[in-house]
Design a protein around this ligand. Structure first.
Ligand code: KIV
Length: 269
């Protein structure tokens, strides 16, 4: 089993790979391909569940997906992405929502979209044995305040990110996701911290990279500008399903090899 310490030991030596997955089958494939961290992202909301953004995703939805991903993997570190308002509102509820992911579903850590309000919580969770991955820069749960544009492009905001990164490291966060921030800011945050940084739209100087599964395999109908498509799963599905429809409609499927007959059931009608 990969631990947060194993990942910390990788930082600076080898790039850490992280990818989202939302079900057991995909998680198994992602792990077999060598991904170190599987994030059960609240991106499930827009990537899979048909929502406009991540805000409607519930604790139950993430919990069910975390359980599936944990069952589908053996070694990868499974991180549960805590949904909007499941943390940071009420202290003990935050702890029980996060704890549930480890205690009942098999996650190894949680990710919190971070800000000044998550420093204390990060400390509390870490003290309780719940490893926390922090997340700064573009935090999609704040879409109504920031939109999806690049963050921290001015000195003041960039300095705040650096300070918050240090505060979360001091509070015990084991890693930090930096999303859609200038590459030169991400490079400086990476230099300033001992814990690994995992970038998404944050350049190549982070200790690792994360993307959303549906963007990487080419299943998403639209992707952010910083994502890269490494396959055409959408095209594969379109071809397979239309071939199936055509085969059924033409009578080509099922063939004799797809069904058996039983001697005693002739002449019933
Ligand atoms: O929900 C998610 O998939 C994420 C990653 C993009 C970091 O938070």
């Amino acid at each position: 089993m990969t631990t947060v310490r194993d990942l910390q030991a990788m930082a600076g030596d080898e790039q850490i790979t992280m990818l989202t997955a939302y079900d057991a089958v995909t998680a198994g494939l992602v792990e077999a391909a060598g991904v170190d961290i599987i994030l059960v992202g609240d991106s499930v909301g827009n990537a899979v569940l048909g929502h406009e953004d991540t805000l409607p995703v519930t604790v139950d939805e993430i919990a069910s997906r975390v359980g599936a991903v944990a069952r589908g993997t053996e070694d990868a570190l499974v991180v549960a992405d805590m949904p909007f308002l499941s943390f940071g509102v009420d202290g003990s509820k935050s702890v029980s929502n996060c704890g549930r992911m480890l205690k009942e579903e098999g996650a190894n850590a949680v990710k919190l979209e971070s800000g000044p309000h998550t420093v204390e919580l990060t400390q509390r969770l870490t003290d309780l044995g719940i490893p926390v991955m922090a997340h700064l820069g573009l935090t999609p749960q704040s879409v109504n305040q920031t939109g999806y544009t690049q963050q921290a492009t001015d000195r003041e905001e960039a300095t705040e990110i650096l300070e918050l990164a240090r505060a979360h490291e001091d509070a015990g966060a084991f890693a930090l996701v930096l999303e859609h921030v200038p590459a030169n800011l991400a490079a400086q945050v990476t230099e300033a911290l001992d814990i690994p940084t995992i970038g998404i739209g944050a350049g190549s100087d982070c200790d690792g990279q994360v993307l959303v599964f549906t963007d990487v395999v080419g299943l998403a109908d639209s992707s952010p500008p910083f994502a890269e498509q490494f396959g055409d799963v959408r095209g594969e599905i379109e071809t397979a399903v239309s071939d199936y429809v055509e085969a059924v409609e033409s009578g080509e499927f099922p063939g004799q090899q797809h069904a058996d007959t039983a001697e005693n059931v002739d002449d019933l009608y």
